[in-house]
Design a protein. Structure first.
Lengths: 420, 282
């Protein structure tokens, strides 16, 4: 059985909103008076879930509420969630920067957290001095750092500048050096908060590689928070989804990421009338609905999909063009299809509600994508509705072993192989 | 089979203040030295005169005291006024530096505290150690002045066995400054008002401590008031050790030690309480 290395029970964190200072003395006194009489903190009963869009009635808010999870040794976890979902609060609690309001965290092993690279770097100190200082801040012993010094310097690629004050470094050199120190930490558990978003692309790859190596070959446990979903999916095996301070889902990272992206909006009939549009509104027509004919919750690679777009015409229209596009979660446009593909002149004779249906094979690999819809008529403005819905394409259900699945790429291309 | 789970670290809301945090500090002792080194190195980088700057402040302060002393014709117990005030200013500076620098620990380091965990106590401790360097440099100035004045025949030296208390005196000053500083920094995370008081309080207290020798005050009641200041016995002992200008009073020194222990205990308690949640309020 795998050994539990982090165990979190009923973890909550409450914050006070608004001005701190006014009235905090009276709250403190009241809190103290309850404590003296052996009663519970009265303000812990207050508070509401952390939904920032609605203004709450209470001064207190729960940044995290009743979180429970266990992490085993050697696992790599990704934490995803919107801004304000409680990710950073969770990391802060785990890394002992602040204490929980209620609940308990049990940790078995040495832990280091990187909420930022280069914490404590001092511009006046040389690269070498900063390596020692930063390493010590992260909990390394002097001897440990000395034994890894050459490795750190080589990883950062700053050999020539090692005895120069870091204030003379280029910003790239600075973060590379900072990350190099962190990457050579010898701990059981590593907590990372989007720190990989530093340096150029090749350095980022190097960092990801180093993290991967730490997890798979050295058996380190890693907890990784990032908004870059492809990085999370690339690095982590398991994940947790936070929403408004609550733990919504834990488990396989791909499930967590698709739950995060899809949310609750995976429906077969999508009402577009209220969705925000880009560009001027057309006086001639209005896109109303998108209906999936194939099961929207079960789109598989290599399988065709079919859906309808319903629109209303207010006048007779000449040369109407309707289309859709598919973007990935990084907002790269992958596909665009239009009615002109096989109907060169789509003319509407009289006002009314019409639908067009389309069948296509997307040829993209499994993952989560965004479906957008747009239309225009001759000499009319383009009506474009971004993010009509997110669609998840499931991996095709063949019998391949896990190790033999294609690992990357966007385009799903069938291929024929022959041995001669 | 119910085996007791072994955890190396348990984080929860109501962890009582315990000596464990001192063990933590010991674990991070390398970091303590790194901070001390950082403070010292960064203080002199890109300055021409470097540590010489540390001579100017005590020299000027002493000059002012000597001027007032001559003008008001107050006693220095037969000790040469320059030496009388210089030793006082040197000792006081160490205490004041420990106090003022530790009293802004949370405010000055809020950013780094918000990003990484290490025992927070490390930072005030590093201040106590790095300020020692400044103290020794200024003490060196005192020794040079003493030698010069001896050579010129303007003063006599009466070294007493109490000179052996020298390390203890330093420890008491460090403890007083650290203890008071920890209490102040803990309170100022929530209530900023106190920080304003410290700057001016330290200045005021300096005159109260250094201006007049205790033994020259004949009014018993006023003497008692002055004696409530735990720094006075320390400075009196310093002077006594070099010049034997007054009788050494162990009870006065024990009073300072008691106050130090008291301040350190309260300081440690409030600091440990505050360090857990101050990132939420600062």
């Amino acid at each position: 059985m795998a050994e539990t290395i982090i165990k979190v029970e009923n973890l909550s964190k409450q914050y006070r909103l608004g001005e701190i200072g006014t009235g905090s003395l009276s709250h403190d006194l009241n809190r103290w008076w309850h404590k003296v009489r052996g009663k519970e903190d009265p303000y812990l009963k207050l508070g509401e879930t952390n939904d920032r869009t609605t203004k709450g009635n209470s001064e207190y808010v729960w940044a995290l509420r009743d979180i429970n999870f266990e992490i085993n040794r050697g696992e790599v976890w990704g934490v995803v969630g919107k801004n304000g979902a409680g990710k950073s609060t969770l990391l802060k609690l785990l890394s002992r920067i602040t204490t929980p309001s209620t609940g308990i965290i049990k940790i078995n092993g040495k832990m280091a957290s990187l909420l930022e690279v280069g914490t404590g770097f001092h511009g006046e100190l040389t690269g070498r001095e900063n390596i020692f200082l930063n390493g010590a801040i992260l909990g390394m012993k002097r001897k440990e750092i000395a034994s890894k010094l050459d490795e750190i310097v080589a990883f950062a690629g700053v050999e020539k500048y090692i005895d120069t004050p870091v204030k003379r470094y280029s910003s790239g050199m600075y973060v590379r050096l900072a990350f190099a120190v962190a990457a050579h930490l010898d701990t059981d558990i590593l907590i990372l908060d989007e720190v990989l978003a530093v340096g150029d692309a090749s350095f980022q790859r190097k960092c990801l590689g180093k993290m991967n190596d730490a997890a798979t070959n050295q058996g380190k446990t890693v907890l990784f928070v990032s908004h870059n979903l492809s990085q999370v999916q690339g690095l982590c095996k398991k994940g947790m989804l936070l929403e408004n301070g609550q733990l919504k889902l834990t488990g396989d990272i791909n499930r967590v990421v698709s739950e995060y992206v899809l949310g609750n909006q995976q429906a077969s009939h999508i009402d577009i009338t209220q969705l925000p549009r880009v560009g001027p509104k057309s006086m001639d027509f209005f896109i109303r609905k998108l209906n999936f004919i194939t099961d929207a919750t079960n789109i598989t690679e290599n399988e065709p999909i079919e859906f309808e777009i319903e629109f209303e015409c207010f006048n007779a229209i000449k040369e109407l063009v309707i289309g859709f596009s598919i973007r990935d979660t990084m907002d790269t446009k992958l596909i665009e299809c239009r009615t002109t593909s096989n109907i060169p002149n789509l003319n509407i004779e009289k006002p009314g509600i019409y639908t067009v249906s389309v069948v296509t094979k997307l040829n993209i690999t499994a993952g989560v994508y965004v479906l957008n819809v747009g239309a225009r008529c001759l000499n009319g403005p383009l009506e474009y509705i971004p993010s009509v819905t997110n669609i998840e394409i499931l991996p095709c259900n063949n019998e391949l072993e896990e190790w033999n699945k294609p690992s990357a790429g966007i385009v799903n291309t069938p291929s024929q192989w022959t041995l001669k | 089979m119910t085996k007791e789970e072994k955890w190396t670290n348990i984080i929860q809301s109501n962890t009582a203040v315990s000596v464990n945090s001192l063990k933590d500090v010991w674990q991070y002792r390398d970091l303590l030295w790194m901070f001390v080194k950082r403070d010292i190195v960064t203080n002199y980088k890109q300055t021409i005169l470097g540590p010489l700057w540390f001579f100017i402040q005590p020299a000027m302060t002493t000059a002012l005291f000597v001027f007032i002393n001559r003008a008001a014709n107050t006693s220095t117990n037969g000790v040469h006024p320059i030496l009388f005030f210089l030793i006082g200013v040197t000792a006081w500076n160490y205490f004041a530096e420990c106090l003022t620098k530790t009293s802004t620990t949370f405010k000055d380091n809020a950013y780094i505290f918000g990003k990484v965990y290490f025992p927070r106590l490390i930072l005030p401790l590093s201040v106590v150690f790095s300020s020692l360097i400044k103290f020794f440099i200024q003490f060196f100035l005192f020794l040079i002045t003493l030698l010069v004045l001896l050579w010129m025949g303007k003063t006599t030296l009466h070294l007493q066995p109490t000179i052996l208390l020298f390390p203890l005196l330093i420890i008491i000053m460090a403890g007083l400054g650290l203890g008071a500083g920890m209490i102040i920094t803990s309170l100022t995370t929530k209530y900023r008002d106190l920080a304003l008081l410290v700057q001016f309080g330290v200045q005021l207290l300096m005159y109260g401590t250094l201006a007049i020798p205790l033994s020259s005050i004949k009014n018993e009641w006023m003497q008692q008031i002055l004696l409530s200041n735990p720094m006075i016995p320390i400075i009196e002992t310093f002077r006594q050790a070099f010049f034997n200008d007054s009788a050494f009073n162990i009870n006065h020194l024990l009073y300072s030690v008691t106050i130090m222990v008291f301040l350190l205990l309260i300081g440690f308690y409030s600091f440990s309480k505050t360090e857990k949640t101050f990132t939420d309020t600062i």
